[in-house]
Design a protein around this ligand. Sequence first.
Ligand SMILES: Nc1nc2c(ncn2[C@@H]2O[C@H](COP(=O)(O)OP(=O)(O)OP(=O)(O)O)[C@@H](O)[C@H]2O)c(=O)[nH]1
Ligand SMILES: O=C(O)[C@H](O)COP(=O)(O)O
Length: 233
Amino acid sequence: MSWSGAWALVPAKRFTTAKQRLGGLLDAAGRATLACAMLDDLLALLAADTDLGGTLVVGEDPQARGLCRRHGAFFLAASDKDGLNDAVARGAQALARRGAAAVLVVPSDLPGLRLADLAALRAGLAGSDVALVPAERDGGTNLLASRLPLGFAPVYGPASFARHQAAAAAAGFSVAEPDCPGARADLDRPEDLPALIGCGPRTRSVLARFAPGLLPGSLPPVASPVLIPTAAG
Ligand SMILES: Nc1nc2c(ncn2[C@@H]2O[C@H](COP(=O)(O)OP(=O)(O)OP(=O)(O)O)[C@@H](O)[C@H]2O)c(=O)[nH]1
Ligand SMILES: O=C(O)[C@H](O)COP(=O)(O)O
């Protein structure tokens, strides 16, 4: 761990409220189990990135805090009531205060993310103040990186990619748009299930054990919900 490098910031809302848009495919326990496995896989990936100073997760979920302990990540408590933009702003501020040089905001819903994508994101930052990677489907922002302190307010939400571009430009920052192929597809809706191709081992084993029909290659019709038992059941 080194405070002076680039840090990953992972916003993570409570697992029990995550993945709502997959409600037609997974029951509540299934969505929470999937969200937990995806964060677990992401933290393992980030821990393997030797060019990162470290990882900070921002949220309120006690299980997420436990995952941080397991993967050597830091945890900053923030209420979900305050929303995603507040979580990112507060995390970036905390990192800047500790002397981190840059922040890579990495959501936990990018199942295809690879170390090469993180390296490409950092390379984008090497020549620019800010680097942005759009979501391929909905105009969202899948990766946002910036030198610290963060000089503009994050504006996650509808069409956030264009709004992040505009906010960074308005603040006088140069913006790179690096090619990060593993970060193009996020998992939001049933039609995003192909994004699970190449997902990490924990995500895959949750799906294989509880919902094999959701694994790419055998995608179920959206109209037939797959109910996932809780781990105890
Ligand atoms: N700390 C924090 N993280 C959030 C919040 N909202 C979303 N996130 C995180 O931001 C990333 C993108 O999340 P979303 O796509 O908005 O939510 P999701 O749980 O994947 O899906 P939906 O419930 O369908 O919106 C994930 O890592 C979430 O855990 C929030 O209010 N607080
Ligand atoms: O700005 C965004 O990209 C969204 O607020 C968060 O991403 P989503 O498309 O996964 O909801």
